[in-house]
Design a protein around this ligand. Structure first.
Ligand code: AMP
Length: 116
């Protein structure tokens, strides 16, 4: 049987490769981005393998609610009292490079608009 290659994030979930994990529970994992674009740049991912936002289904609605509740918990813990930016890149035009759904949490500096 030919196995599809694991994404880099699935390898982090499976602890095949290291990451600076800042939060973990049964449903999700958060870790520092390897190439931070802000003083705080954390990635929050579901453990379920969902390639992108477009692959979400109705059954993932509770999971999404959970992810947003973890965002609120994390930003408090990370001290982002002055605000933050939450980004989901979707597809090639959206700038997605890793095809495992993830939220970028950026903080620690004012963000500009529009994004590039
Ligand atoms: P995106 O372009 O939205 O798909 O974001 C993928 C993000 O994953 C980028 O910000 C990368 O810097 C980050 N990234 C890639 N490999 C790793 C890794 N091994 N550990 C942590 N972050 C990573």
């Amino acid at each position: 049987m030919i196995m599809a290659e694991k994404t880099i994030f699935k390898r982090i979930i499976d602890k095949d490769i290291p990451a600076k994990i800042v939060y973990e529970d049964d449903l999700c994992l958060a870790f520092d981005d390897a190439h931070p674009q802000a003083p705080v740049h954390v990635l929050l991912i579901p453990k379920k393998e969902i390639a992108s936002l477009n692959q979400l289904t109705e059954e993932d609605t509770p999971l999404l609610g959970h992810l947003y509740s973890i965002v609120r918990k994390l930003v408090k813990e990370l001290g982002l009292d002055n605000g933050y930016r939450l980004v989901v890149n979707c597809g090639d035009d959206g700038g997605q490079t890793v095809y495992h759904l993830h939220f970028h949490i950026f903080g620690g500096r004012p963000m500009s608009w529009p994004p590039g």
